[in-house]
Design a protein around this ligand. Structure first.
Ligand code: PMP
Length: 401
């Protein structure tokens, strides 16, 4: 009998070892990892330079707490500020905690402007975490159900709909910020229009709101730039990060620029484990390796290759709605719920995920090579084709009705 709480419907496999883009189970079977621990292990598994950096730091110092100065935290904050153009960083341990910091910054910002009940605009299908505040910001009833009362102060609008945000600006004087994922991960790898971010920036500037971009999943090189916002020339005011930042060592960060960067004072916020020497050493090594090995450039090339090859291979298949994404954040939307594909792919030695019921999601390590991408395609494309062929016409009609 397990004593682990039943919060995950786990797949029946446990990995004992990893190397590069591959994982092995106890029986010696190997799996191509197209999930990277949900967009975490950009460097793959057991990267020699990453392992060496962790080994060295573990033998020196793991944790001291934020009661004292932490030189590696300063170094990491400098580096993050250099690559993002943001001013200051708060360190924590996870994505939801980074978003909690963003929400607290927005509320402080609002109170400074004498708004007593500050509100944040959030999106349908958004995912920001599972703490009480971040699940309230999340746009999924499944995530929220059973945990009411939700935290107040969120105004929800459809994703990628500037007119809806403008309407909120006209009607709600309590709004102080917008919190949005430029590429919605859990919501189905939803990509916004090219002018969305600039439009949001304009609305935020016109109304004195903070533009807060949740780059927990899309950040750290995954889309081919350090951060998804860098595909356009538009800067955010606040940016929560986590996942790929530490390549598996738990570390989150909330970056802020301008007025938002000065809001926290001693005592306003904290996190016992936040920015420990070990976590910061892991993040510094991760950033250095991404640069040295030009992994962002590779994410663009390999990502484009996967998307175009899938489009070719699935060209004749009925039931593929859209193949989308950026860099190595890839979604394949089908006309049918396709959760069963995850187990089928597992049996074939491939780790994938299905999100929003009918979107196959690929988040492979940034180190994925062309030959590995070809292997991935050789397994996945026939699996999708066979799955679609099995969906009978009457079922299809019911689905679309
Ligand atoms: N924001 C986004 C965009 C995410 O994708 C996730 C996790 N999937 C989170 C926040 C929450 O991160 P964590 O699980 O580390 O709390």
């Amino acid at each position: 009998m397990t004593h682990v709480m039943n919060t995950y419907a786990r797949l029946p496999v446990a990995f004992v070892r990893g190397e590069g883009c591959w994982l092995w189970d106890a029986g010696g079977k190997r799996y191509l990892d197209a999930m990277a621990g949900i967009a975490v292990c950009g460097l793959g598994h057991s990267h020699p330079k990453y392992v060496a950096a962790l080994r060295e730091q573990v033998s020196k110092l793991v944790h001291t707490s934020n009661l004292y100065e932490i030189a590696l935290q300063e170094k990491l904050a400098d580096k993050l500020s250099e690559i993002s153009g943001m001013d200051n960083v708060f360190f924590c341990t996870s994505g939801c905690e980074a978003n909690e910091a963003a929400i607290k910054l927005a509320r402080l910002y609002g109170h400074k402007k004498n708004i007593e009940a500050p509100a944040i605009v959030v999106m349908e299908k958004a995912f920001h975490g599972r703490t009480i505040a971040t699940l309230s910001a999340t746009g999924s009833r499944k995530v929220q159900a059973g945990f009411e009362p939700l935290v107040a102060g969120f105004v929800r609008v459809p994703f990628d709909d500037l007119a809806a945000v403008k309407r909120v600006a006209e009607n709600n004087r309590n709004v102080v910020a917008v919190l949005v994922e430029l590429l919605q991960g859990e919501g189905g790898v939803n990509v916004c229009s090219a002018d969305y971010l600039a439009g949001l920036r304009e609305i935020c500037d016109a109304n004195g709101w903070l533009l807060m971009l949740d780059e927990v999943q899309s950040g750290m090189g995954r889309t081919g730039k350090w951060f998804a916002f860098q595909h356009s020339g538009v800067m955010p005011d606040v940016m929560p990060l986590a996942k790929g930042l530490g390549n598996g060592m738990p570390i989150g960060a909330c970056l802020a620029a301008g007025a938002a960067a000065q809001l926290f004072k001693p005592g306003s916020h904290g996190s016992t484990f936040g920015g420990s020497p070990l976590a910061c050493a892991a993040a510094l090594a991760t950033l250095a390796i991404i640069e040295e090995e030009q992994l962002m450039e590779s994410a663009v090339t390999i990502g484009d290759f996967i998307r175009s090859s899938l489009a070719e291979r699935l060209a004749g298949a009925r039931g593929v709605k859209e193949i989308r994404g950026k860099g190595l954040m890839i979604g394949i939307e089908l006309d049918y719920p396709c959760g069963d594909l995850v187990q089928q792919a597992l049996e074939l030695g491939l780790l994938i995920n299905v999100t929003a019921d009918n979107v196959i999601r690929l988040l492979p390590p940034l180190i994925l090579k062309r030959e590995e991408a070809e292997l991935l395609l050789a397994t996945l494309a026939p699996l999708i084709t066979e799955f679609l062929a099995k969906q009978s016409a009457p079922q299809a009609a019911a689905q679309t009705a």
